[in-house]
Design a protein around this ligand. Structure first.
Ligand code: ADP
Ligand code: MG
Length: 384
């Protein structure tokens, strides 16, 4: 693969020696199960062919050197002993955070030279940040013989992002990047991290899944995420459960009747119905009824738009246009307030749908979206 050679060559040019190896970790798209991962619920991501590639060598002198081909600026040189949470606002906080989290957990990492590049669009809700974290974690796990399992690496990466970078995220993104398999979606129970690989080979059945990156990121998204999280915790506390995951779908109406606060009621309704939708999608895929997941995706979008209120005009426009133009189903994916939507379509309809979405964006005066096909791809791995 050309990209691997380029990463190696760039590493040699920067650091003056061959890297110990090259690792890859993908971005992800979430098929269904949105805003459930911090409610101990279910998610179902799959890995994108877009990925971060890192050439890495170990060092034994307590120094971490970092370079990204995609960011202006030279090599950042950090001392491991100086790493401290929320002291770095730059991209380097993601890989440095992983090294910090590993060391904090007692793993004997003594330094590294890292050069990386990524084809995961940044800030598009496709988890470029998790790809960066996981590629570094896997490389160090191998180079330092740490013997950590994939789910443990994901946990450490989540800790890096939550504590070191200071960005509240659930466990989905890092687990997807670390654990997904080609041709499958990953059914993940975020409470105990139990996993099941669900065959998801759309091409074999004459379908495609499009990702539509709206290229907008509304500025208030972080604050709104925090509010939703807090609202969900309040709902769980009022209902006397550890997490909203513990409210059975069959008991939803009774649970809602116990809540006075309309805002909390809407959040609870989204989370409980979304967990049920994930289970429905798993059952449909396992029974081979793949086309029937389309309406479930569209239902999930309505819930995110009307109850959880994390959509935005651009995402709603993708979904309404796609469904009107004959898509099997569509929904926003990722945290919301911009980022990307997914569209499930018959292969024969892809061009018509793409054109309809592009025209709708042009007519509304929005920036042209980026549309690409998402093929369920491999998770993180050593590539050389
Ligand atoms: P998302 O994960 O949805 O893409 P985030 O805001 O969580 O969005 O992460 C994006 C950040 O990750 C960027 O601002 C940058 O700091 C870092 N990042 C992503 N890709 C790269 C890259 N190729 N090189 C350096 N930093 C990157
Ligand atoms: Mg991210």
């Amino acid at each position: 693969m050309a990209a691997q050679h380029q990463v190696r060559e760039a590493f040699v040019a920067l650091y003056g020696a061959e890297p110990d190896g090259v690792w890859a970790a993908p971005g992800r798209v979430n098929l269904i199960g949105e805003h459930t991962d911090y409610n101990d619920g279910f998610v179902m991501p799959f890995a994108l062919p877009h990925e971060a590639l890192a050439a890495v060598s170990r060092r034994d002198d307590g120094i971490l050197r970092l370079h990204s081909a995609d960011i202006e600026g030279g090599v950042a040189e950090l001392r491991l002993d100086d790493l401290a949470p929320e002291t770095d606002e730059a991209w380097t906080s993601y890989p440095a955070g992983v090294v910090w989290a590993l060391r904090e957990a007692g793993h004997p990492v003594t330094g590294a030279d890292i050069h990386l590049t990524s084809t995961v669009p940044s800030g598009a809700g496709l988890s470029s940040s998790a790809a960066l974290e996981v590629v570094v974690a896997l490389a160090l796990n191998d180079l330092y013989d740490l013997g950590l399992q994939r789910w443990q690496l994901a946990r450490l990466c989540q800790r890096a992002e939550n504590v070191y970078v200071g960005a509240p995220t659930g466990i989905m993104d890092q687990t997807a990047s670390a654990c997904c398999e080609a041709g499958h979606a990953l059914f993940l129970d975020t409470r105990d991290l139990a996993q099941k690989q669900i065959p998801f080979d759309l091409a074999a059945e004459g379908m495609r899944l499009l990702v539509v990156d709206t290229r907008v990121k509304h500025a208030h998204s972080n604050g709104e995420y925090g509010k939703r999280r807090a609202g969900c915790e309040k709902g769980a506390a009022l209902l006397g459960v550890d997490a909203l995951r513990d409210v059975p779908y069959a008991d939803l109406d009774a649970a809602l009747a116990r809540l006075d606060d309309e805002e909390v009621r809407r959040l609870v309704r989204h989370v409980v119905t979304e967990d049920e939708r994930v289970e429905r999608v798993v059952a449909l895929l396992e029974s081979g009824d793949t086309r029937a997941i389309g309406p479930v995706l569209t239902e999930g979008h309505a819930s995110l738009r009307d109850d959880f209120r994390v959509s935005c005009p651009e995402l709603d426009l993708v979904v309404s246009t796609a469904v009107a133009a004959g898509a099997l189903g569509a929904r926003m994916t990722g945290g919301g307030f911009g980022g990307s939507a997914i569209v499930l379509a018959e292969a024969a309809d892809v061009d018509t749908l793409t054109k309809a979405i592009e025209e709708a964006f042009a007519a509304a005066g929005h920036t042209a979206p980026r549309v690409f096909e998402a093929v369920p791809s491999a998770g993180a791995r050593r590539v050389s």
